[in-house]
Design a protein around this ligand. Structure first.
Ligand code: AHM
Ligand code: MG
Length: 354
C-alpha cells in the first residue's frame, strides 16, 4: 500500500473504484480536500478538470467564508437596494458571493456555464477563457435572511457534465435535464466552522476549513444519514399546506419527533444529514410550486441525500427524476431520511390536493 505523509498525519492510498464507497479506514484526519480529489480522480483516470473545478469552488468558499466572518465589521450587512430575478431583496453578501463564485469559475478551463440564483440568464464562460466540460448550478449564499443575525448560511452547488462539445458555447439543453444526469453536488456551510460537503459517486465526505492554514481537511468521511426522528419546516404556513403534510407532522409528533428549523435550507439540511431528520418546504395553496429552486437547491441536495442513503421527493416523485423547464423553476421539497420521506410522501399522495 502506498503511504505518504502530510503535516497533519499519514494518509492511506485511496483505492477508488467507480460505484464503490470509499471506506472510512482509507482516509485519516489530515487528508486535505486537494489530496482526496487528486487521489480519487487519478484512480479513475480523470482528465483533471473536475479536480480543478473543485479547487476553484473551494477557493470561492474560502473567500466567502472569510467575508462572512468579518461582515459585521466591514459594512457587509444589509441590502444593496436591488431586487433579484426571484423578486427578493439582494443582500450585500449575496452580491459578493455571486461575483466571487462566478469569477472563480471563469478562468479554470473546467466550466462552460454557470446557472446562479442571482442571475436571470445563464452565465457562460467568457472569451478568451476555455469553455470547459462542466456545467455548474449555484445558490451562492443560501439563507440570506439570516446574514444579519450571524446564523448559519451557505453555498449550494450542483455539477453536470455538458452534452455539447467542450470548447463550444454551452446551451440550455446542457442544464435543463434530469437530475439523474448530475455527476457531483455539494455545499459549504458558514457556521461556527466552515464545512464543505462533497458528494460524488464515491460517497459523501465533509471537509472542515482550518482558517489558520487556509485548507479544507477531511473531518466527516463517508457520511450516511442516521435514522432519527426530527422534522424541519416553517410550521407557520401549516394552514395553507396540503393536508397530507399536516398528517405527516401529526404522525411525527405522535412518534415523539423533535422539531428544528433555522430557516437556512443549507443549515437545516446539514444538521439533518448528520443527525437524521426530514426537511419539508411543501407547496402551499398560494405557492403551488413551493419556494425552493430546483436546479440549485433541490437537485444538489437531492443528489447528496441519495448518495448518503436518504431520499428526496416533491411530495409525489423523486426530485432527481424531474426535468426542469426553466432555469429558476421552483419545487416543493421533502428531503432527509428515506423512511421519513417515504411516510411523508405516502401521506401526501393519500390526501386530496387543496
Ligand atoms: P434564499 O436562497 O434566497 O436564501 O431563500 C431560500 C431560503 C432557504 O434557505 C430556507 O429554507 C427558506 O428560504 C426559508 O423560508 P421561510 O422564511 O419562508 O421559512
Ligand atoms: Mg437558497
Amino acid at each position: 500500500m502506498e503511504r505518504s505523509v502530510l503535516p497533519c498525519g499519514p494518509v492511506g492510498y485511496v483505492a477508488a473504484v467507480p460505484g464503490d464507497r470509499m471506506q472510512t479506514s482509507q482516509f485519516e484526519e489530515g487528508t486535505t480536500l486537494d489530496r482526496y480529489l487528486l487521489e480519487t480522480m487519478r484512480t479513475i483516470g480523470a482528465s483533471g478538470q473536475f479536480v480543478n473545478l473543485m479547487q476553484s469552488i473551494a477557493l470561492a468558499a474560502k473567500m466567502i467564508s472569510s467575508r462572512v466572518n468579518r461582515a459585521g465589521l466591514s459594512g457587509m450587512f444589509g441590502g444593496t437596494g436591488d431586487v433579484n430575478v426571484q423578486g427578493e431583496f439582494v443582500q450585500k453578501l449575496d452580491l459578493y458571493s455571486n461575483t466571487t463564485f462566478l469569477r472563480a469559475m471563469e478562468h479554470g478551463g473546467h466550466t462552460g456555464m454557470v446557472v446562479s440564483e442571482e442571475n436571470e440568464e445563464p452565465v457562460r464562460t467568457p472569451e478568451p477563457f476555455h469553455s470547459g466540460k462542466y456545467i455548474v448550478t449555484v445558490d451562492p449564499l443560501d439563507g440570506s435572511s439570516n446574514i444579519d443575525v450571524n446564523a448559519t448560511i451557505g453555498t449550494i452547488f450542483g455539477v453536470f457534465r455538458r452534452k455539447t462539445e467542450e470548447g463550444t458555447r454551452a446551451e440550455l439543453s446542457d442544464v435543463l435535464r434530469s437530475g439523474r444526469d448530475m455527476i457531483a453536488a455539494g455545499y459549504v456551510v458558514y457556521g461556527a466552522g466552515t464545512v464543505l460537503v462533497l458528494a460524488t459517486e464515491f460517497g459523501v465526505h465533509g471537509f472542515t476549513l482550518d482558517p489558520s492554514v487556509g485548507e479544507f481537511f477531511l473531518s466527516h468521511a463517508n457520511i450516511r444519514i442516521p435514522k432519527a426522528g426530527m422534522y424541519s419546516c416553517n410550521e407557520a404556513y401549516s394552514p395553507s399546506w396540503h393536508p397530507g403534510v399536516r398528517s405527516f407532522l401529526t404522525h411525527a409528533k405522535s412518534e415523539g419527533w423533535k422539531a428544528r428549523y433555522i430557516g437556512s435550507l443549507v443549515a437545516d439540511f446539514h444538521r439533518n444529514l448528520l443527525k437524521g431528520g426530514v426537511f419539508l418546504y411543501p407547496a402551499t395553496a398560494k405557492n403551488p410550486e413551493g419556494k425552493l429552486r430546483l436546479l440549485y437547491e433541490g437537485f444538489p441536495l437531492a443528489y447528496i441525500i441519495e448518495q448518503a442513503g436518504g431520499a428526496a421527493t416533491d411530495g409525489v416523485s423523486p426530485i432527481l427524476d424531474r426535468v426542469p423547464r426553466s432555469l429558476h423553476e421552483r419545487v416543493p421539497l421533502v428531503i432527509g431520511g428515506a423512511e421519513g420521506v417515504a411516510t411523508a410522501t405516502d401521506l401526501m399522495k393519500e390526501d386530496p390536493p387543496f
